[in-house]
Write a protein that binds this ligand. Sequence first.
Ligand code: 5AD
Ligand code: SF4
Length: 583
Amino acid sequence: MHPLQCVLQTQRWGPLASVSWLLLRTCRALSSLPSTAYPSPEKQQEDGVQKDFSSRLATGPTFQHFLRNASAPQEKPDMEDPPPYVTVEELLGRQRKVYLETYGCQMNVNDTEIAWSVLQKSGYLRTRNLQEADVILLVTCSIREKAEQTIWNRLQQLKALKTKRLRSRVPLRIGILGCMAERLKEEILNREKMVDILAGPDAYRDLPRLLAVAESGQQAANVLLSLDETYADVMPVQTSPSATSAFVSIMRGCDNMCSYCIVPFTRGRERSRPVASILEEVRKLSEQGLKEVTLLGQNVNSFQDSSEVQFNNAVSTNLSRGFSTNYKPKKGGLRFAYLLDQVSRVDPEMRIRFTSPHPKDFPDEVLQLIHERDNICKQIHLPAQSGSSRVLETMRRGYSREAYVELIHHIRESIPGVSLSSDFIAGFCGETEEDHLQTVSLLREVQYNMGFLFAYSMRQKTRAYHRLKDDVPEEVKLRRLEELITVFREEATKANMASVGSTQLVLVEGHSKRSATDLCGRNDGNLKVIFPDVEMEDINNSDVRVRAQPGDYVLVKITSTSSQTLKGHVLCRTTLKGSSAYC
Ligand code: 5AD
Ligand code: SF4
């Protein structure tokens, strides 16, 4: 199948299938309600409703119909006009206490904040104590088999909690949110009868309604994927008030369709949040005193805000040299370079990072901006996945090893001192020993500062599942993974050694977990830096001696390193602007 066809088919049939499934589930859940609330199928038949439905079905919904129904704003719960089968009181949560548990990536941490923001507005209370909870929601991950297994195991524990619940308390409700809800849908409800609600990544606005339906003892689900839901107007609630940094979601979904990856199927099509709402959130975080934001998305640098009509020009995306996409080039809109520029202007004392980018979208203007702007961290995550061009092709990554290495050189020339990290998969379908050695040699050649390494895990629905064979034995995958980890550590240690004797700007996070007499923070490259908690000079006021607090910038002279951490002694408290002369 042509790659484009593949993407279009997902758009055409994937979510549509979800629509009908959603309706089916909701009808089943509602069929036990009084007939005044919702007529039974038999009653519908009598009324001729079914006949009308059949005739409508014959004409079939159009694609436009799907787009309309899939768009998020229609999913917003309307408190003044609730659906006929739930009361306003039920929608308003009755002060039930919600316990949220997050698994997986940083996107899920952000999604947890969005889900909580929706529920808080609906009158729910938050608890950090599992025993106290009336509602337990797990925000789940599907990227690898192991991530899902963790959730199945957790559900067994929660089952015990539910069955042991005292009759004097309101029944405990359990919900599965996020990627696993989207991927497994009815399998979860059928296998685990104790699960009350399912909400896919684009259905968090619907949580109050789903929970209201669950109040009647029925299972409820919404796994609709949307083409435009970005939760732009749902300001995530900062869960840790003492935090120095925050994640700001700028886009959702992914159109890349790498052959091994489930994300396009669980999180849907790529869509960007309007620039204005991102800037508003960053401004708020700056006013709250936060010192670092990380722009978040599956493909942050493919950002394209087309919400402002005047920017919908015909200019195509500027891809990195030697890179291609699995989809038609995108045109127009406000791009990542513009967003990064705007975000970095909000507060010069606020550090800006972004994750996760795709190597294809690094035009010179983005690299130039990172180089020029003091508060944009000189740190780039460049997921390679493999060092073998042959494997990269079967992964459908859209680049060869040579193009990737050329990009690395170009980035290092454009941003001297840049810190690089990457993701790699060991044991992908058809990976030979020779392919594996090429990945080892790429790790040696690039000498990354940080790495995220995984054994390949076959995922249903993906192209690799349908077209390729998961033929690398598990023990070989694990052995190759071990080898990659060892090589990565050796090279990272060497790379970090080069920083001994240098002065680094560190954003203080708090005390080190290992020692109450040490402080811990992160340098520009996002590496952990540990240093003794002692009095120091303040660069802006030489009359006083201060102790660094979370959120302070300090200069640290590096004295020793490992593959993961730097150690040193603190020189003074400073500001981000004031530090440029020293680092
Ligand atoms: N198996 C193993 N690792 C995977 N990743 C994505 N899908 C899979 C899979 N099926 C890894 C990739 C990606 C990171 C987030 O997870 O390296 O960059
Ligand atoms: Fe998955 Fe590839 Fe999209 Fe990353 S770019 S989320 S690996 S499909």
